[in-house]
Design a protein around this ligand. Structure first.
Ligand code: F0G
Length: 457
């Protein structure tokens, strides 16, 4: 891929510091070898998430000053509303403080025992919100999307055969809503093609089932469509965005990603009756429907962010940076999930630490090594997050052992990421010294956030 430079220059900087090796050893030990427990100021390059961690532009910072903090019908609300209606084409917009609040609101009305909600792959919070209300969350990504080394332009696509089988078997009463996550975060930030979104929308319509987009990274998805779907090569990003949303009846969004903001989200709907019902819940949980848990200045910054994120030269630099990061890692012999997605590179921990068995948490071991070697923070997506203990007491490992290195928007340069690639390359060279970990303390659920571990001798 040709490298397009960032279409902006840096106006303000924030100092970062790499603690000395002995300090890093102490910090990690005190944190129970869990990167969620390490203080952010002790991290040199923080690739834990791309959510809410981006840099705002001068135009967004000036928009903050225009924030209208009136409780009801503030000017900033109308700016936010017009921006969201503009790119989603949906009349009804419910602002929320972040994505999971929009999911909670939606599923509080729709999900209950006996209900199934299909998606290409549910993100953790979406799955948790569905299961919380007693319904079943079903992942139906195409088989290619589950093979981490297979090359395919749209590994986030929905498996239409399996979706149709589910709709046929259960009908609209038991499948009241279908989702597509763009890009598919759980599957590696992989895009979904416009053809697949359209076909899913048509299939859902035949069965009378509304289609919702989980559209956290809608602009990155649109850019991949332009790049990889020949019929869309001549369309503008805004045209592709409009075409994607035209297939959907609703959308949930964490605006902490492609809203280029540090907080915020929304639920957008075409169905006015559903919107009216949800608005009372919105008041109860988030706030009055014209601010929904956000300050007027947040609404302003996001309205501006939704515009900037659809600029093609921004997207070219953004997606290009992730691709170059992937190439730099591969150049140092690091196995990664391919092709690289829109917001992160996923390291194949099983390939990097083949001698560490699943029950000794190879992906968690790799996050510890990344911090020890270079002060880098990534997130484990492996057996610490998804592993279980079976009824017979046997350890059931996760399907994959990955470490996600998510890249915040407009924050790090290629130099920072080159450094991370170098550090990871050194870990690959010295892999045999890492013996794995065991858990010494864990919570009954979502244990990966707070578990304490210790290295195996
Ligand atoms: N949907 C997707 C696809 C996401 O990636 C996220 C968040 C959410 C929903 C929930 O949004 O955090 O604003 O409540 N993903 C972050 C991540 C946390 O690190 O991938 P939220």
């Amino acid at each position: 891929m040709k490298s397009w430079p960032e279409p902006y220059r840096i106006k303000m900087v924030e100092a970062i510091r790499l603690p000395r090796r002995e300090e890093r050893e102490r910090i990690l030990r005190e944190a129970g070898y869990n990167l969620f427990m390490v203080r952010a100021e002790d991290v040199f390059i923080d690739l834990l998430t791309d959510s809410g961690t981006g840099a705002m532009s001068d135009r967004q910072w000036s928009a903050l000053m225009r924030g209208d903090e009136s409780y009801a019908q503030a000017r900033s609300w109308f700016r936010f509303y017009e921006a969201v209606r503009g790119f989603t084409g949906m009349e009804h917009v419910l602002p929320t403080h972040q994505g999971r609040a929009a999911e909670n609101l939606l599923f509080s009305q729709i999900a209950r025992p006996g209900i199934s909600i299909p998606n290409n792959s549910h993100f953790d919070t979406t799955r948790a919100n569905i299961e919380f209300f007693g319904a079943e969350a079903v992942d139906l990504v195409i088989p290619e999307g589950r093979d981490i080394h297979l090359d395919h332009p749209f590994k986030g696509n929905m498996d239409l055969n399996r979706l149709e089988a589910l709709l046929k078997e259960k009908g609209r009463k038991s499948v009241p809503l279908c989702m597509i996550t763009i890009t598919n975060n759980t599957g590696g930030g992989q895009p979904v093609s416009l053809a697949n979104i359209r076909a899913t929308g048509e299939l859902c319509r035949r069965y009378g089932v509304p289609l919702f987009l989980d559209c956290c990274r809608f602009a990155e998805n649109a850019y991949f469509i332009k790049l990889r779907e020949p019929e869309c090569a001549r369309m503008s990003i805004r045209e592709i965005v409009a075409a994607m949303f035209a297939c959907a009846d609703g959308a949930t969004m964490s605006a902490k990603k492609d809203g280029l903001g540090n907080i915020g989200g929304f639920l957008a709907l075409r169905d006015g009756d559903l919107a009216a019902r949800l608005k009372s819940m919105l008041i109860l949980k988030e706030g009055f429907p014209t601010y929904g848990g956000l300050a007027g200045r947040d609404l302003e910054a996001l309205a501006q962010g939704f515009e900037e994120v659809q600029e093609e030269d921004y997207l070219e630099a953004r997606v290009g940076q992730i691709a170059r990061f992937g190439e730099a890692l591969k150049g140092r012999g690091v196995p990664i999930l391919e092709p690289t997605g829109g917001h992160a590179v996923y390291l194949d921990a099983r390939g990097i630490l083949p001698h560490v068995p699943a029950h000794a948490f190879p992906a968690q071991s790799l996050t510890a090594e990344l911090y020890l070697e270079g002060g880098v923070r990534g997130v484990e997506i492996g057996s610490l997050m998804f592993g279980k203990t079976g009824k017979d007491g046997r350890f059931l490992p996760a399907a994959l052992e990955l470490v996600r290195l998510a890249v915040p928007r407009r924050v790090y340069t290629d130099n920072h990421l080159g450094y991370v690639a170098e550090v990871t390359g050194e870990i690959v060279q010295n892999a045999s010294s890492c013996k794995g970990f065991r858990i010494v303390e864990e919570a009954p659920f979502l244990r990966h956030f707070t578990a304490r571990l210790e290295p195996l001798a």
